[in-house]
Ligand binder design. Structure first.
Ligand code: SF4
Length: 503
């Protein structure tokens, strides 16, 4: 792709500005940085889940400021960089300001905003010493956070501010919410990253120079998409970069980047070109063979269920900010279940639970679950998730512990049966129920549902309970949640039935 002559002449004269997020994009992939600067319209818009993560980051950032009473926010946005920098300068010079939020700095054409800049001390000369605090909604320091702190430290140093420490503030999963006001000193942990950040500082000028040289080119660098496009962040140019790839591109072979890179090095583009002698796992072999496969043991495995067969699915949410006493940040809280019961005469009954009140739902949910599952029959699930949810409920609810633990021996995992005994080309290597259901039971997909994904369901639940909205919207979300969870359990009933015809 070549940049137009007009754009070319612009790029020679316009000094684009880098930011810390652009710097991080450049560390991930030079092509990504190039496209973000010159052709942002090629990016795919963030989906609902990505947007929810971004919104949560904003909420956590605002909460973190409350730890610094008297701190002053630099309000000018990124379109008003000069005002933001001027306001920051004034606040730096005012010793009565204990902390600055969103302080703005520019050095070597890199513009940054700092979540929290805390004044540690002011000397007799009037010069202050500062602590840089980057706020993240994650629960630990990651490698990308150090790169993030390194570019900020580089720019702040360059702007002449004395920085004593570079720290990361993150959410502490050790914090148990007692109810009432959050204790922000316990909810957030602060990790001093000064040493590892200092170790990275020496690399920053070289990295910046490489990026600037690349950005002076007239076309993006030729970089093949692969696993690097998802680490540390999913790149929004994936659709653009892969649009010319064949339908059976080797990257789609399950098994990760190593196999893909091996095959790419051999010049192999499609799964069908993989040579017969190439070492593949059983799962990869099925994708390569691309034909329906039924294990002779499938009928036997399907008959190992005991009637009445319950088909169980939970929905959960994991609020970063704990909502209920005695819970931790990001604790998995089950909020909903669906149970389709199939009797040996073919009858089907449906039961469900969905907590609609702002309260810890776990005890009520568990009591109703035990009633619904009774003491007989297999409990068909799809994956280990239901086992882990029941296990956590048993831990949290001593009075129901034994009864809940008894359920574990009745669990019967349809996922294992499908993975080990059946393959359909439409799975494309994925055994997720979202891939398996439309292939085996084409009449019953998820396409007609408003909510089609567990993460979206969790987000919708959170909104329904804690956001301001009218009752019509609440009712709409409630219906969508009920339909989604019920579809997951009906899917298991129909999958067992259809697979039973394959033997
Ligand atoms: S999709 Fe991958 S190759 Fe393309 S710009 Fe993004 S990170 Fe780079």
């Amino acid at each position: 792709m070549l940049i137009s002559p007009e754009r070319l002449s612009q790029s020679e004269t316009v000094s684009y500005r880098l930011s810390k997020s652009k710097f991080l994009s450049g560390l991930q992939c030079h092509k990504r940085l190039f496209l973000e600067i010159y052709q942002p319209a090629l990016a795919t818009k963030p989906d609902e889940i990505t947007q929810a993560i971004l919104d949560m980051g904003t909420e956590i950032g605002e909460l973190a400021r409350k730890r610094y009473p008297g701190g002053v926010l630099v309000e000018a946005d990124r379109k008003h960089a000069a005002e933001a920098i001027a306001h920051t300068k004034a606040l730096l010079a005012d010793p009565s300001v204990p902390a600055i939020f969103e302080a703005a700095f520019m050095f070597e054409n890199v513009f940054i905003r700092v979540d929290i800049l805390e004044r540690l001390s002011t000397g007799e000369s009037g010069e202050s010493i500062w602590r840089l605090i980057e706020v993240k909604s994650s629960t630990r320091v990651k490698d990308v956070h150090l790169a993030d702190l390194a570019i900020q430290t580089y720019v702040i140093n360059g702007a002449g501010v004395i920085l004593a420490k570079s720290c990361l503030m993150h959410i502490s999963t050790q914090y148990v919410y007692p109810g009432g006001e959050l204790n922000l000193h316990e909810f957030f942990g602060i990790q001093d990253c000064t040493e590892p950040v200092q170790a990275r500082l020496a690399d920053v000028p070289d990295k910046l120079n490489e990026m600037k040289a690349m950005l002076a080119e007239t076309a993006p660098p030729v970089i093949e998409p692969d696993g690097h496009c998802f680490s540390p962040y999913e790149c929004q140019f994936w659709d653009h970069c892969t649009k010319g790839k064949p339908e059976r591109w080797v990257y789609y072979l399950p098994g990760g980047d190593r196999t893909y890179r091996q095959l790419a090095r051999l010049g192999i583009q499609t799964i069908d070109e993989i040579p017969a002698g190439f070492n593949l796992t059983t799962g990869q072999r099925r994708v390569k063979d691309n034909v329906e496969w039924v294990s002779p043991k499938l009928p036997i495995m399907l008959k190992t269920v005991r009637y009445p067969v319950h088909h169980l699915d939970f929905e959960t949410f994991m609020p970063a900010i704990p909502r209920f006493p005695q819970t931790r940040p990001y604790q998995v809280i089950p909020t909903q279940w669906s149970n389709h019961v199939e009797y040996d005469d073919g009858r089907i009954e449906h039961d469900h639970y969905l907590c609609l009140d702002q309260k810890d739902p776990r005890e009520e949910l568990a009591v109703r679950l035990l009633e619904s599952l009774g003491r007989e029959g297999s409990i068909c699930v799809y994956s280990d998730y239901e086992r882990s949810v029941i296990g956590r409920l048993a831990e949290a609810l001593p009075s129901l512990r034994q009864e809940l633990q008894r359920l574990l021996s009745r669990l019967w995992d349809l996922f294992d049966v499908v993975r080990d005994h059946y393959y359909h080309p439409a799975f494309k290597g994925s055994y997720s129920i979202k891939s398996v259901l439309p292939a085996v039971v084409p009449a019953l997909g998820y396409g007609d549902l408003e909510i089609r994904d567990g993460e979206i369901a969790a987000r919708a639940y959170h909104r329904m309970l804690f956001d301001e909205m009218d009752w019509v919207e609440k009712a709409r979300i409630r219906e969508a949640l009920l339909k989604y969870c019920a579809r997951d359990t009906l899917a298991m009933v129909e999958l067992r039935r259809e697979l039973g015809k394959k033997g």
